[in-house]
Design a protein around this ligand. Structure first.
Ligand code: ISL
Length: 522
């Protein structure tokens, strides 16, 4: 049986503002991405997921869409998009776009109409509600970016719902016309040739019809993110959203060979339901963020990998995400040496791995001076470590001006160590993170059990994680030392295929921060 590309492949996330600028405005664009496709291909990855490229006022950097069927002028136009897609396909790569169906921009013509009067035909395309009987918002729902989810509209004297910024009003998926319009958006891009969608906050798209108050979180303190004041029990993960997810899948299946990825943050059991059933499948890959969300120690990781594997339905294919434009960079979180171990983990687990641009260079902590902060989440709750700019800084390509990213002033600062940490320098260095990533992706491609073989945990103790991958009569062992000390390990006679460190591994030991992929010989 030939397995589909989204099972065998590796996904590479590009944040378009920060990949490559071609016109000197300091912001990346589609022509810039096209110019860098040789690099993407050289990583050995199979698919590009592009964060949103649609027209947008950029209140949330593209996650506030004002036209779902166009291209943001600062990124290019439909002709530039078509050229990019042709170049991507010519290299045998796939392109996944970011669909943002939960909310639009408040500048979208749909919302402009919806808010124009209570009688407007598009009024019900968004979620409007009267004030609470005593005045104030209809319920206690909190926006993800601080403050009530409800915004008062003085002209029509109702509140509208926004799970994120007030500039991102939530669409009403209970309205059949809205639903049909968004399904047409999917068809528009499928017909243009895109290979799939990553669906933004999919578990948010339907809300409990009567808008009950969310349960209050008794453990919340003012030092925590304001949105965690309440649990999102009634504002997310409603049964009706699963039916919509199944309809989206049916549309994708009409075209063949396309993939749907759901952005879904939920505990395992509820997360797994987004696969749907064999008769009524939903998304192919409900994205699994557990490597991002959990502490970095072997015991924790061992448990969560086994728990996740156990939670999957028999037909469900796993996936693992190590970084994104929303999360702190892995090397900033656990240090560069462990980021090498993390790369080995990501690329030797069962399922589809997703990596985020720049992590393959080991970009670590980037300090963003207060006057250059752009992330609306950070600007609304400063000083809480919520800033997402730090993972969105431009790609450092070479030693030329602005690291080869742009001839103009980059929209965010570049990592301070760019003169040494850039693609050109690392490409010429056998000990670099980039070389490690290329080797790992290459090894994974050469040995299919590293992608699809059975997973068995051998050890998760003393901060050492050892597991085996078996399939097609082949057998590999991955041994990861998450500690900074030498650790004794028991491994069979084996050939070492790759170490995260240079030099020769010592038999029966893992050096500090060492990860090994070995092939037993007896
Ligand atoms: O709820 C979370 C984790 O439990 C958040 O991380 C939340 O899911 C996340 O912020 C949603 O992200 C996506 O939608 C946002 C956008 O700002 C992000 O960039 C995008 O990835 C609104 O569209």
């Amino acid at each position: 049986m030939i397995r589909p590309w989204w099972e065998t492949g590796v996904i590479y996330q590009i944040y378009p503002r920060s990949f490559q600028d071609s016109d000197g405005d300091g912001i990346g664009d589609l022509a810039g991405i096209e110019h860098r496709l040789d690099y993407v291909e050289s990583l050995g990855v199979d698919a590009i997921w592009l964060s949103p490229i649609f027209p947008s006022p950029m209140a949330d950097f593209g996650y506030d869409v004002s036209n779902y069927c166009g291209i943001e002028p600062m990124f290019g136009d439909l002709a530039a998009f078509d050229r990019l897609l042709v170049s991507i396909h010519a290299r045998g790569l796939k392109l996944i776009l970011d669909l943002v169906p939960n909310h639009s921009s408040d500048q979208h013509p749909w919302f402009v109409e919806s808010r124009s009067s209570r009688n407007n035909p598009k009024r019900d395309w968004y979620i409007w509600a009267d004030a609470a009987p005593g005045g104030g918002p209809p319920n206690n729902w909190e926006s993800d970016f601080a403050g009530s989810s409800w915004e008062w509209d003085a002209a029509t004297e109702q509140y509208y719902l926004h799970a994120f910024l007030r500039e991102q009003p939530d669409l009403n998926w209970r309205n059949s016309e809205l639903k049909a319009a968004m399904f047409d958006v999917m068809r528009f891009w499928f017909e243009r040739g895109v290979d799939g969608f990553r669906i933004d906050v999919l578990w948010h798209i339907v809300k409990a019809a009567a808008f009950p108050d969310n349960p209050v979180n008794p453990d919340w303190t003012p030092l925590m993110n304001a949105r965690d004041r309440v649990f999102q029990s009634y504002s997310t993960d409603q049964p009706e959203a699963h039916a919509i997810s199944a309809e989206m899948r049916a549309i994708a299946d009409d075209y063949g060979g396309r993939v749907l990825i759901g952005e879904i943050f939920l505990p395992n059991e509820r997360h797994a339901r987004w696969f749907g059933t064999p008769e009524q499948p939903q998304v192919h890959l409900p994205f699994n963020f557990q490597l991002i969300e959990n502490d970095w120690n072997a015991e924790r990781l061992g448990h969560l990998i086994v728990d996740y594997e156990t939670s999957l339905p028999s037909f469900g294919w796993p996936n693992w995400v190590l970084g994104s434009h929303d999360a702190p960079r892995i090397a900033a979180r656990i240090g560069e040496s462990q980021a090498r171990v993390a790369a080995m983990l990501l690329l030797t687990l069962r399922g589809t791995p997703a990596l985020f641009q720049g992590d393959e260079l080991g970009i670590g902590k980037v300090d963003i001076p207060a006057e250059r902060v752009r992330d609306p989440q950070e600007l609304r709750q400063p000083g809480r470590g919520l800033g997402r700019d730090r993972s969105r800084t431009p790609m450092p390509w070479d030693c030329s001006q602005n690291a080869g990213f742009s001839t103009g002033e980059p929209w965010l600062p570049i990592n301070a160590d760019w003169p040494t940490r850039n693609v050109e320098t690392q490409g010429a260095d056998d000990g670099s993170m980039l070389k490690l990533y290329r080797d790992l992706v290459g090894l994974r491609r050469a040995h299919s059990p590293l992608n699809a073989g059975d997973f068995a945990l051998i050890r998760a103790s003393e901060n050492v994680l050892i597991y085996e991958r078996r399939g097609g009569g082949k057998h590999f062992i991955v041994a990861l030392n998450l500690s900074e000390e030498v650790r004794r390990v028991t491994l069979p006679n084996c050939e070492v295929l790759l170490s995260t460190l240079s030099g020769v591994p010592e038999p029966g030991m893992l050096r500090p921060n060492e990860g090994l992929i070995v092939k037993p010989t007896s």
